[in-house]
Ligand binder design. Structure first.
Ligand code: LLP
Length: 426
């Protein structure tokens, strides 16, 4: 699952003591394990190897350049959703021929940037967008390739309302019952060739069946189109593979592949995958220091120096992140992620930040050993949509990011300063 381990009552990131990093860098800090990141990438790439896919890591989950470079070195392509992410992908050494661009609202400027870079594929989300990109290609006398994001109307994805995308009446893609007509119309376009189909049904999808259902619907559509002479040569099956938050709740890359690969093997389709969370989530922890403890009514609060601006997932999606002290001592090291160790000293606490909102919490009613001012806490499974979704709310400079590689580590993003808070203001 990851390379964060308790050894003799102390938390290590690979072969580096977390406390040693924090004593130099301070808190709150995101710490990533390079080995975890690259292993998760390699497992997925290996599991799907029979399809010879382009694996396009989803930058939105964790987009630090050092992270992207580590993945580009392994041959990863990139899934981008903005001009900014495209900028990051190219800077990190991503090959344009392995870059796919999704998103419902690509602006003309972003479309020009993607055409300048000559990316592999535009993932199209509406008729209006398709014809706009075709028009811009025409102005530039440039051809480009596109896939239609089809909304397969899968309701069983079992993910949080705010991260469900493959159901009718979400803003994503084009309804599957309108897709064939779309392809017929698009066949008339002069510059943008719509020869791909794109799916992304939500995130995280903790079982394989919704993928099977969505891909089966997509293949039926591809066959229907083929009978009319419209040939689809690229199938982008999106991301959404689960990660480990509570324990062993996520299927492995091999489990997903066992369900998906047989559906696609032998088909003449270039397959694209867009994994984000399954690669970056377990590769990162957020480390925060206890500032105060206090009681409020019957509640015990542990106030820490990280907040909803650093990790918004608990507030936004009621998501669970395992939390445990960095130096709990030998007796209190957690036997496993999901079983919070109960001891006579333990207590049920809310772990909260200093931001002025009652929604500012990292955990509610959580069993933790007794904590005191100065203790460090590790918030696990924070690599995906952690730093990436952080903000400066309450004028809080963003946390530092550190990448560990065995015994070595480096700061890959320095802690922001007060000057950074006002740098863009005129
Ligand atoms: N492809 C597309 C078109 C997507 O929209 C997404 C994620 C991905 C790939 C990558 O999905 P992943 O493999 O990471 O599950 N902030 C939320 C998750 C939002 C996901 C948005 N789209 C969270 O923290 O849970």
């Amino acid at each position: 699952m990851d390379h964060f381990r308790y050894i003799d009552g102390k938390l290590f990131a690979e072969d580096t003591a977390v406390e040693d990093i924090i004593s130099e860098v301070g808190s709150p800090t995101y710490i990533y394990s390079r080995r975890t990141l690259t292993e998760h990438y390699a497992r997925l790439a290996q599991a799907f190897a029979p399809l010879n896919p382009i694996v396009c890591y989803s930058i939105k989950s964790c987009g630090n350049l050092a992270i992207l470079r580590s993945l580009a070195e392994l041959g990863s392509g990139f899934d981008v959703v903005s001009g900014g992410e495209l900028f990051r992908a190219v800077l990190a050494g991503g090959k344009p021929s392995s870059i796919v661009f999704a998103g419902v609202g690509k602006t003309d400027a972003e479309i020009h940037e993607a055409l300048d870079a000559d990316i592999f594929l535009f993932n199209i989300e509406s008729e209006a967008e398709f014809w706009n990109i075709n028009r811009i290609c025409g102005q530039r006398h440039q051809r480009a390739r596109a896939a239609l994001r089809v909304n397969p109307d899968i309701s069983s994805a079992g993910t949080h309302q705010k991260t469900l995308t493959g159901k009718k009446e979400t803003k994503f893609g084009v309804d599957i019952d309108r897709a064939a007509a779309f392809y017929r119309q698009a066949a008339k376009a002069e510059f943008l060739s719509l020869t791909g189909l794109h799916l992304h049904i939500g995130s995280p999808i903790k079982s394989t069946q919704p993928f099977v259902d969505a891909i089966t619907k997509a293949l039926a559509l591809i066959d229907e189109l083929a009978r009319e002479g419209i040939i689809i040569d690229t199938l982008d099956i999106g991301g959404g593979y689960a990660a480990f938050y509570e324990g062993n709740e996520a299927p492995s890359a091999a489990d997903y592949a066992a369900a998906i690969v047989p559906l696609l093997q032998g088909r003449r389709l270039k397959i694209v995958l867009e994994p984000g969370r399954s690669i970056s989530c377990n590769a990162g922890i957020l480390v925060s220091r206890v500032t105060y403890t206090k009681q409020g009514g019957r509640k015990q609060f542990v106030i820490v120096d990280a907040a909803m601006n650093d990790l918004i997932r608990p507030t936004l999606y009621e998501s669970y992140h395992f939390i445990w002290p960095v130096q709990p001592g030998v007796a209190l090291q957690p036997p496993s992620r999901s079983s919070e160790l109960r001891t006579p000293a333990d207590q049920k606490v809310d772990v909260v930040g200093p931001v002025c909102e009652s929604g500012d919490y990292l955990a509610l009613d959580r069993h933790l050993p007794s904590l005191k001012r100065g203790d460090l806490l590790a918030i696990f499974s924070a690599g995906a949509y952690g730093f990436a979704m952080s903000s400066q709310y309450n004028a809080r400079p963003r946390a530092a990011e550190v990448l560990v590689d065995g015994k070595h580590w480096k700061v890959i993003r320095r802690r922001e300063t007060y000057q950074d808070l006002i740098a863009a203001e005129l």
